[in-house]
Design a protein. Structure first.
Length: 189
């Protein structure tokens, strides 16, 4: 996603230097340590983040209290609980830091002000949301149609950074298997 984000920002800059400057000035720098909750579940999500470094996970808590990992985010990714961010309703999705991170963040209010003022910023966000939707469809197939072994092979081929950068316990939880089963899959892959 990092390269896509850079391309979209360059496109925004080429269309309107003024919009690009306003967009960049609206973001504030932030950082968070491992295990920090950026956006808690059962809360209204009021910020959008762009990761400069580190990683986060998006999760939901099941009724039995166990955590279900929805996805991971790395450098260059836009991160938010999208439904809550857009609808301004309580979310059942949380965002937690799994590796110390630095990020840029913008409030929903400021984001929507920029969208109202600059058509180019609106286009930027629309294109980023289109990419997110396409990735969501891919995630759905990945999560529903593949076995754990197939998921691991898919990640190895298409997203090796998941395997290289994520703690083994997080990857195993995401794949819905034990760490021991993950070790066996890794051994024979």
């Amino acid at each position: 996603m990092e390269h896509i984000l850079e391309q979209k920002l360059e496109k925004l800059k080429a269309k309107s230097e003024e919009a690009y400057i306003a967009f960049n000035e609206a973001f504030k720098k932030g950082s968070a340590k491992k295990n920090t909750i950026l956006e808690p579940s059962n809360n209204v999500c009021t910020h959008l983040y762009i990761l400069d470094s580190g990683s986060t996970k998006q999760f939901r808590d099941k009724e039995d209290g166990t955590e279900h990992i929805i996805w991971f985010n790395f450098k260059g990714d836009l991160v938010t609980a999208f439904r809550s961010f857009v609808e301004q309703t309580n979310t059942n999705e949380g965002i937690k830091v799994i590796e110390d991170c630095e990020f840029l963040m913008i409030s929903r209010e400021k984001c929507y002000q920029l969208v109202e003022k600059y058509h180019e910023v609106e286009t930027f966000f629309r294109e980023m949301l289109e990419i997110y939707l396409i990735q969501s469809e891919e995630r759905m197939f990945f999560l529903q149609a593949l076995t754990a072994k197939e998921k691991y092979a898919y990640l190895l081929r298409n997203m090796p950074h998941f395997i290289q950068e994520l703690p083994q316990k997080e990857l195993a939880k995401f794949l819905g298997i034990t760490r021991e089963t993950l070790s066996r899959i890794r051994k024979y892959s």
